[in-house]
Design a protein around this ligand. Structure first.
Ligand code: BTN
Length: 253
């Protein structure tokens, strides 16, 4: 905490040994008036949540299960950009603390050796025209040596990739530091500042992808993201689609 410095955005850390989900604790703290920059961290989650209603496996002592509370003055439309920003903060922190290069799969999966090490779940409270608060949930598989069979072939941990255990507190501090400077630059300069940093670590760009969206399934080449953080997909007929949310897979050929 001391290494976060005095002018740090993240001043309030709420640590828990076991919770259902740090997202729920964050929501409760917001209801009680918690300010922007509050961080909820747990050593274990008994019902960790993933995107699209999935469960998030969050065993004791092994990972980073944390939720960041922010109250930025941005619109509802801009809010997903914070997920991309968080992914940039995590990949940069993984690189500097663990010397491992990781890749971002749009919008928010972070992969090492093609398997998932981190997922990000952004939830928000908003009026029709403005954001009231955002909860950015970050789950990182840090020191697991094995996984339940249901996810064993799609998940990995930083320790498995590196061949040695990783100090979770080091990584948390680094993520919060990276997040802070990126967030301040984002508020001052907009998403166009974050976009190239995101692209550096993105694997899907230029590749054939399958996108599953609320509107159905689309196949084509991921051309990149636009200045708003929206994924641009060019289908086999050359038609360009904007993908605001959904899931993508990169088929192996
Ligand atoms: C995903 O990839 O589907 C997102 C996973 C997000 C998991 C994190 S762990 C901390 C926070 N609390 C939760 O219940 N979920 C998020």
């Amino acid at each position: 905490r001391s290494r976060l410095g005095n002018d740090h955005l993240f001043k309030e850390i709420s640590y828990h040994e076991e919770v259902e989900s740090t997202q729920n604790i964050a929501q409760k703290l917001i209801n009680q008036g918690a300010g922007s920059g509050t961080v909820v961290i747990a050593n274990e989650q008994t019902s960790g949540r993933g995107r699209l209603g999935r469960d998030w496996f969050s065993p004791k002592d092994k990972g980073i299960w944390m939720s960041l509370i922010l109250k930025p003055e941005i619109t509802l439309r801009e809010a997903p950009q914070l997920t991309l920003l968080a992914a940039v903060a995590v990949t940069r922190a993984i690189s500097s603390v663990c010397s491992i290069s990781s890749e971002i799969k749009w919008p928010n999966d972070i992969l090492v050796d093609g398997k998932k090490v981190c997922g990000i779940l952004t939830e928000m409270q908003a009026d029709p025209d403005r954001i009231k608060s955002v909860i950015i949930g970050i789950g990182i598989n840090v020191n697991q040596t094995d996984f339940p069979s249901s996810i064993a072939n799609i998940a990995t941990s930083l320790a498995k990739a590196r061949g040695e255990q990783v100090e979770r507190s080091e990584l948390i501090i680094q993520i919060l530091n990276e997040f802070q400077w990126l967030y301040e630059a984002y508020l001052a300069k907009g998403f166009s500042f974050i976009k190239p940093l995101w692209e550096v670590n993105a694997i899907s760009i230029g590749k054939k992808i399958v996108a599953t969206t609320a509107q159905g399934r689309l196949t084509g080449i991921a051309e990149g993201i636009n200045d708003e953080g929206v994924l641009i997909l060019r289908d086999d007929n050359g038609k360009v689609h904007h993908i605001y949310s959904g899931d993508i897979t990169i088929p192996k050929d």
